[in-house]
Design a protein around this ligand. Structure first.
Ligand code: TXA
Ligand code: MG
Length: 493
């Protein structure tokens, strides 16, 4: 099939409207995501949408109207709650599920006696619907299972040759699909959110002056069928919105979500990324802070598609707080990741420190410095605990082992010159201990050698100078690349 590429000009919208009237399929922009439209009252046209998307036919479509009055053609129900929501939020990213009139074909509603209706705010979408003169059934304009399309390029990638026309409008401002609310309970009951969106439960509750409820399946973490990737439905997971039964938004990469205190999550992601990249994998990181919920919503699907395009193997994402818009973004993110979630505990960074008698004084100075300046870091004092003469190799080895076993993230060793104890630490496989005597060396020890243990001389370095070197080492980033290759060689010697 040849796919017409159209602009948002008046003439092109007119052309698209005619295609829709004649039973054809048109992808068009809305404020949420791009939709794939067909005449909602024409069963054959709607069947073509299911075919073009490869969508299961029991997954009903949202019917889009251009004017509020259009709702009356689709349902006989009109409640106070519906009126309030229409007034406050339409045109906009909210869909209401209501009892369907007989003129709505059951193929449009996936066999249900209810219909989902939405009036989009996007001007192109509204003009298209109004010009076509019929309500427009439109699921998201992606192949079933792919991330929803938020730019026309995504529609071209998925639907070129499968639909009659694609209207190339602006990028979508909202970026996640509309909030779907079941209104069929009437004014006597709280409306039920079936799919969360940018219009939050709090907002709806505020408009109606009453509680709204959430479909319980939104709060569950379903099991995932290993073969199909779909959630397993049953006693524990029985969503009222048929679309929630299917695998969704899945990128090709394996995706993991890290949930926990933001800083700790970022640290964990950083570590994991380095490990995966060291194994030659292409890693993408998706992180937003809780103050960026809207941005996360707008960009999330596009980021997943970028990952697919550039052959990303693994996606590491940080979870947003599941509140407000964050709840809606996380609803999509959990599905994309097949509910692959790792909980991250607040963990202090741990530094092991050890010395012989010659480094004892400096070690104590460093411990005091950390206690005052870095309470967020936990120091593990491995001894020695006084100035009595001891053998430095034992302490160098102990510190090295503490680091490579993961009992500490990093290590610091001190002896009279730092030389002997650094040699000892370097006997432990996986330790990259650097003896430093200047800030510049401390910088390069991290940047080039990714030193995981720092050695300092108690008789050769003043405490203040040692503190500066340690700070430099802690705040410098490893350069990776060819240096990674070399540290890999070191670790495997
Ligand atoms: O923002 C949006 O809503 C976008 C744009 C294009 O408007 N459309 C969209 O459609 O996301 P779609 O088909 O991808 O998702 C429709 C969702 C599905 O989860 C479906 O199960 C649910 O709405 N739905 C539709 N009719 C329903 C009904 N009668 N009862 C319960 N859920 C329904
Ligand atoms: Mg969809």
């Amino acid at each position: 099939m040849e796919t017409l590429i159209l602009t948002t000009s008046k003439e092109d919208i007119e052309k698209a409207a005619e295609i829709l009237r004649n039973g054809g399929l048109v992808a068009f922009p809305t404020e949420t995501v791009y939709g794939l439209g067909a005449n909602a009252l024409d069963p054959d046209a709607v069947k073509r949408v299911y075919l073009a998307k490869g969508r299961p036919s029991d997954n009903p479509m949202i019917v889009h109207i251009g004017e509020k009055e259009g709702l009356r053609d689709l349902t006989d129900m009109m409640t106070r709650d519906m009126e309030l929501l229409m007034e406050a939020i339409w045109p906009g990213p909210m869909t209401m599920v209501v009892p369907a009139r007989d003129i709505v074909p059951r193929v449009t509603t996936g066999g249900l006696d209810t219909v989902a209706v939405r009036m989009p705010s996007d001007e192109t979408a509204r003009q298209l619907i109004i010009r076509s003169g019929v309500p427009i059934a439109a699921p998201s304009a992606n192949l079933s299972g792919h991330p929803s399309p938020t730019t026309y390029r995504h529609c071209i990638d998925d639907l070129m040759g499968r639909v009659d026309a694609i209207i190339c409008g602006e990028d979508c401002q909202v970026g996640i699909e509309s909030t779907v609310i079941d209104m069929t309970g009437g004014d006597g009951k709280p409306p039920v959110i079936l799919r969360p969106g940018i219009v939050t439960a709090e907002r709806i509750s505020q408009v109606l002056g009453k509680e709204v409820s959430l479909d319980p399946s939104l709060l569950k973490r379903p099991e995932i069928d290993k073969n199909t990737g779909n959630p397993v439905t049953g006693q524990d997971f029985r969503p009222r919105s048929p679309g929630m039964k299917y695998k969704h938004y899945a990128p090709q990469a394996e995706m993991t979500i890290f949930r926990g205190p933001h800083e700790a999550v970022l640290r964990t992601i950083g570590k994991r990324r380095a490990e995966l990249e060291a194994r030659g994998l292409k890693v993408a990181v998706i992180t937003y802070s809780d103050s960026e919920q809207e941005t996360a919503a707008r960009q999330f699907f596009a980021r997943l598609r970028e990952c697919d395009k550039d052959g990303t193997d693994v996606i590491l994402a940080s979870a947003l707080k599941e509140e407000g818009v964050g709840f809606s973004v996380m609803n999509r993110m959990f599905k994309s990741a097949g509910y692959n979630i790792e909980e991250v505990k607040e963990e202090k960074m741990k530094i092991a420190i050890a010395s012989d008698h010659g480094g004892f004084g400096l070690k104590e100075n460093i411990r005091e410095y950390f206690a005052e300046k870095h309470p967020e870091i936990e120091m593990k004092d491995l001894g020695t605990y006084n100035e009595e003469s001891v053998d430095y190799p034992l302490f160098g080895k102990l510190c090295g082992e503490t680091v490579v076993t993961g009992a500490a993230d990093l290590g610091i060793v001190c002896c009279g010159t730092g030389i002997g104890i650094s040699i000892a630490a370097n006997k432990v496989k996986g330790v990259r201990c650097a003896l430093v005597t200047s800030v510049e060396m401390a910088h390069l020890a991290k940047e080039h050698n990714n030193a995981n243990v720092l050695a300092l001389g108690g008789r050769t370095t003043r405490p203040e100078a040692a503190f500066e070197m340690i700070e430099e080492w802690l705040t410098t980033e490893f350069a990776g690349g060819r240096h990674q290759r070399r540290t890999d060689l070191l670790d495997n010697m």
